[in-house]
Unconditional design. Structure first.
Length: 370
């Protein structure tokens, strides 16, 4: 079988481009990486098999899937989809993202506030021209999976199934799996010659194999790979058009390396009032003071802020929802089983979701690679 490019993935050993032969990824120097049965590939760099990041345990992953599928964070996903989708189509039109659309601010001062519900979908725009979208710390794939399906409905996603050369029944099966996961549209149509739109490749990385097993099964249009974001991201320099970071570790140097000039970085962080009703009676981990300013300063070397969406809306949670929320976050490592069981017995209540999505652009002074 002829090798096919899986750009922009690179070898974790030599940083050369990877290509696919069947279900194996290879670099020109002979390093080979087999896809797991579920469809993800382990690209944790040599010597980093024991990452310092504690990946999510199986119970955390299952709890996160249950919690997110109940829609509590749909508002966050919708905000990411609106910003990322708009950036992709503006890139296709040869424009740098601006804040003249969707009423977003010209800087991080005077944020756009959205209270009472999520933002609407991005407006129709010209078809994109081969963008790459990456989510770091993607977990079980909720956000990148939703974004991939949103783009697929517009005919803009090139799925991992396409890159592996799956055809006929295999593509039909991939489409069926996407529909079963709550999506619409076949991930195997958008990137083909003559398809309705230019390809958009979606990637997700996480250090937890437990999370990626679920992610790859549920979202076959996304290529998932194991990586430690605090070490090195196995994507080529200046190859990413949109990078998503939702409550995940950040690596400013690696973000600056992989995001192309003019590319977008979206970072979701909790606000002071996030889950306030639960924090009042449960021993949840605290939110850093001045987190927004700290994150902006951390990323300010290569990225300039262009806007933010301040999301604040109520959601109804049962005791089971609250217990899953505790299990899916780092709180899991600090709470005993008795405390988790006690949380599950709490009566239903209204809880505030308060999150800011910070939008940055990579400095476009340099010439874009690729």
């Amino acid at each position: 079988m002829t090798d096919r490019p899986v750009a922009p993935l690179i070898c974790p050993v030599c940083a050369e481009p990877l290509s696919a032969a069947g279900r194996t990824l290879r670099c020109p120097r002979g390093q080979a990486f087999d896809e797991a049965r579920e469809g993800y590939v382990d690209l944790l760099p040599a010597g980093h098999g024991r990452s310092k990041i504690r990946g999510d345990a199986p119970e955390m992953v299952r709890a996160r899937r249950r919690f997110l599928e109940r829609g509590h964070y749909d508002g966050i996903a919708a905000a990411l989809e609106a910003r990322a989708g708009l950036h992709v189509v503006e890139r296709a039109a040869g424009r740098e993202a601006t804040e003249t659309t969707r009423g977003a601010p010209a800087a991080m001062v005077g944020p756009t506030e959205r209270k009472g519900g999520p933002p609407g979908p991005a407006e129709a725009a010209p078809e994109p021209a081969g963008a790459v979208i990456l989510e770091v710390g993607c977990g079980e794939g909720y956000y990148i999976g939703r974004l991939s399906r949103s783009l697929a409905r517009k005919g803009r996603t090139l799925g991992a199934e396409d890159e592996r050369g799956a055809a006929g029944a295999a593509e039909d099966n991939a489409a069926g799996r996407a529909d079963a996961a709550g999506g619409a549209g076949s991930p195997g149509t958008a990137g083909r010659p003559g398809g309705p739109g230019a390809p958009v490749r979606c990637f997700g990385l996480d250090v937890s194999k437990h999370a990626l097993r679920l992610a790859a099964r549920a979202h076959p249009a996304v290529r998932f790979f194991v990586n430690d974001v605090r070490y090195r991201i196995c994507l080529a320099d200046a190859s990413v058009d949109v990078l998503l970071d939702v409550f995940a570790p950040r690596n400013p140097e690696e973000f600056a390396r992989v995001v192309r000039p003019g590319g977008m970085l979206l970072v979701a962080i909790p606000n002071e009032g996030h889950l306030a009703e639960l924090r009042a009676e449960l021993p949840l981990l605290g939110i850093e003071p001045d987190k927004r300013e700290r994150v902006a300063a951390q990323l300010g070397g290569a990225f300039r802020p262009i806007g933010e969406d301040v999301l604040e809306y109520p959601t109804e949670m049962t005791g089971d929802d609250i217990a899953d929320l505790l299990r899916m976050t780092p709180n899991y490592w600090h709470l005993g089983e008795a405390e988790l069981e006690r949380a599950a017995e709490l009566p239903p209540r209204t809880v505030t979701v308060a999150v800011t999505v910070l939008a940055f652009l990579k400095d476009a002074k340099e010439t874009s690679a690729g």
